[in-house]
Write a protein that binds this ligand. Sequence first.
Ligand SMILES: [Zn+2]
Length: 487
Amino acid sequence: MFDILIINGTVITVDQEHNIYQPGFVAIKADKIAALGHMYELPAELEAAKIIDAKNHVVMPGLVDGHGHAGHCLIKTLAESSDGPDGGWWGQMAEDIYFRYTDEFFWQAEGALAAAERLKFGITTGVSMLGSTPRPDHLGNLEAHFNGAIKTGIRQISGLGACDGPWPKKPRIWRNGQAVETTLTPQQMVANTEESVKKFNGLHKRQICLPMPGNLGIDTNYPEDREFAIWKNREMGRIAQEYNLPLHTHIQGGGVQFVYDTTPEILGPHTSLTHSTALSQREIEIFAETGAVLMHGPTTRSNIRARCPVYEVLRAGGEVVIVTDGTAPDRSYDIWRDMKIFQVLHRAHENDSMLAPAGRVLEMCTIRPAKAFDLDKKIGTLEEGKQADLILVNVRQPHLAPFGPMPVQRLVYHAQGQDVDTVIIDGQLVMEERKLLLVNEEAILDDAEGAYNELADRLGSEMMAALTDAKGIYDLRAQQMANPYKR
Ligand SMILES: [Zn+2]
C-alpha cells in the first residue's frame, strides 16, 4: 500500500541515465519514492491511499534555487533606477531598510510570501540570505523568517553571516512601534552566526541553517583591513566546518584569489559562490581546482555590471548552477525564466546555439545545486529511495502543446513558473491545482501588504517618495533616481 501513486505522467527523472518514462508512474510511501518506471511496469493490483492521474503532466524533481535574499520580496522595485554614472545606491538603501526599519513581523510576512512565490513556481528548496548582506544582530528576525517560510511546506535553507561594514553597525530593533538603538560588533556578528546555526539548523525537518557571509574577499563597498577580512573568512569557514555545513556567499573577481591565497581551506565542493563576475583566468582555474560551485544568476544586476565567465569555468572543469537571486529590485523567483535567459546570454556571448542544452540547464536547477548544499543523496532527481520531492507541470496548454517528443527541450524553452500545478515535498502534498494546501494564501498576501505598509510608515512619506520617484521610464533611457542618502 502506497501513500500517493502518480500515474500516466511524463516522468523526467534527471537521473544519471537521463531516464524518461512516457507515460510513467511514481509511487510514494511516507516521505520517499518507493518505486517509479514505465506505466507498463506498474503492477495491476497496486494500491494507494491517493492516486494522482498525471495525464497531460510532466512529473519531475522539485527545483532548487541556490540563492536569494530574505527581505527582498517586500522591497522589490523600490529604487529600481538608482544605478547610474554617479554610482548606485540601491545597496545602501537595502542595508538601511534591513538594519534600521524592519521588525520581526516584516521578516515573518516576507518569509511566507517568498516561500509561497517559490512553491508556486515549482521551487521546493530555496536558499535565502537574511538581508542584502546578512543582518546578524538579532536572532528573532531569522526565527521569524523561518517561521514564515517553513509553515508553507518548503525546504528552507537560510542563514546569517558576516555583513558589510562600516563598523560598528548600528541596527535598530523595533518593538510595538518603538525603535531601540543598538550596536553590533564584529565579534557579536560571529557569535550570533554560530548561535543561529546551533539554534535553528534542523529545528524542523525542512529547516537548514548555514553560515552565509555577505561577501568573502575584501568588502568592495566598505574596504576593510586585510587582516580583518582574513579573520572574518576564517571564522565563517570554521563555523561551516564545525557544524558540518556548506558555506554560501557572494564573491566578485579578486575575491576568489584573495580567499585562495589566505584561507584556501574554505574552498571546496560545498562552498558556493554567487555572482563570481569579473574573474581572472587564474580564478577560473581555482573554481575547477577546488570544486567550489559557481552560482550564476543570469537576470541579476551583478551580471549586468560585469560578466560572469560561465563557459570558461565549465570548460576548465568547474561546476556552475543557475540561481534567481530573487527578488529585489527587478526579478522574480521564476527560475524557469532564468533557464531561458541563461541559454540566450551564453549562446550569444559565444555565438554558438549548441551551448547550454536543455538537459544540462535542467540539471543546473535540480541535482547540481542540490549537490552544492550536500543534499544530492536526498533530492534533485527522481530515484527509488530518495525523498519524494517533486512537481507536476501542466503541459495541456497552448504554449506547450502538442506535448510528446523532446519533453525536456519543450519544458526548458517554453514552460514558465505558473505551469507548475502540483508540489510534493518529502511525500507531503504542498500544492494541488495551484492551491497551497498548508497555508492560507490570502492571509500571506494580507500579511505582506500589512508588513509593507508598516515599513512605509517607519520610513516616512518623504523617503518613500524618494524611493519610488522613477523618471523617464517611457524614454529611451530612464533617469537615475535622486539619491536620498547623499549628504
Ligand atoms: Zn545575492
